[in-house]
Design a protein around this ligand. Sequence first.
Ligand SMILES: *Cc1c(COP(=O)(O)O)cnc(C)c1O
Length: 372
Amino acid sequence: MSGQMLSRPVPRADVMAIDAYVPGKSGAPGAGKVHKLSSNETPIGPSPMAVEAFRSVADHLAVYPDGSASRLREAIARRYGLDAAQIICGNGSDDILSLLAHAYLQPGDEGLYTEHGFLEYPIVIRSAGATPVAARETALKADVDALLSKVTAKTKVVFLANPNNPTGTYLSFAEVKRLHAGLPAHVLLVLDAAYAEYVTRNDYASGIELVATSENVVMTRTFSKIYGLANLRIGWAYGPAHVIEAVNRIRGPFNVNGAAIEAGIAALADAAHTQKAVAHNDRWLPWLTERLAALGIEVTPSVGNFLLLRFPGDGGRDAKAADAYLAARGFVLRAVVAYGLPDCLRMTIGTAEANEGVVAALTTFMKGKGGA
Ligand SMILES: *Cc1c(COP(=O)(O)O)cnc(C)c1O
């Protein structure tokens, strides 16, 4: 019992090997009005109906929520044409990703993800005691052959954000199906479709069909992005009955709170609001892509509600200086050093005022009149 010799509790070594997730900054000290463009939140805000539903819960705070979030699952099922019994809700999709990792990975196993994939994946893989394995990307895009070449006898889960954060790139449904076809039947493919509602490409699919026609695919979704409810923490997954059943065993008994349930149901009912958010993105995503590229910034083509910007680096025009320059003017972007992209920043599509302001500031910055 070596534990008897220790002076205090010691976490598992693989837990201490985790770099904690660092959320986007929310403030810009010294700047006046702040535009938070660091966490891919919607500039449109939530549906007023969702806010109203949230408020109504104030009268019932002493009562436990419905532990199975039945009405929310039924509302999701109706909206997307699914079977409510094959849906599980979570305290954000982060909760679901963590539950999937814990249900399907153990020490000795490998969890696979892509080079610039969402950073929650290596965190949840490690927290389950397993080993994260990154497959290289091609031109900042997931590469099916690279992923398949990393599959070993130890691989149990593959996490793919489609579209991916922070790159904004996506795999066509044909490519996702090719990935699935190349995986052994016992490997769970997790399709994280957090930005699915924003994608307007004909060759894209969030994965619903693949879940419905296989036994080893799960799709995760969130109310944090287009529905504007990040603060309430609502995510969900659609999967084969046996996967949902396994994850239900280990989730918190009340992992979705009552305010989240009511606001989520109301948000789903307000289709006009969702359309407004898509229309705003469709207008500003190409506008920003063009304007920023014209300044000499390399903009990765994105199908999400954010852009990855690569700075040239010459004459002090690097990502770090741009970040400081923008922050001093109230524009808070996301540094993506932890994603292995030290020369890039990620910018969420903001309000018209924020988008125009960033372009104006970067126009000056890129002419080299910058300095912080
Ligand atoms: C924002 C985001 C999520 C959503 O996380 P929540 O916990 O639901 O807020 C999931 N996956 C990716 C890739 C994201 O960017």
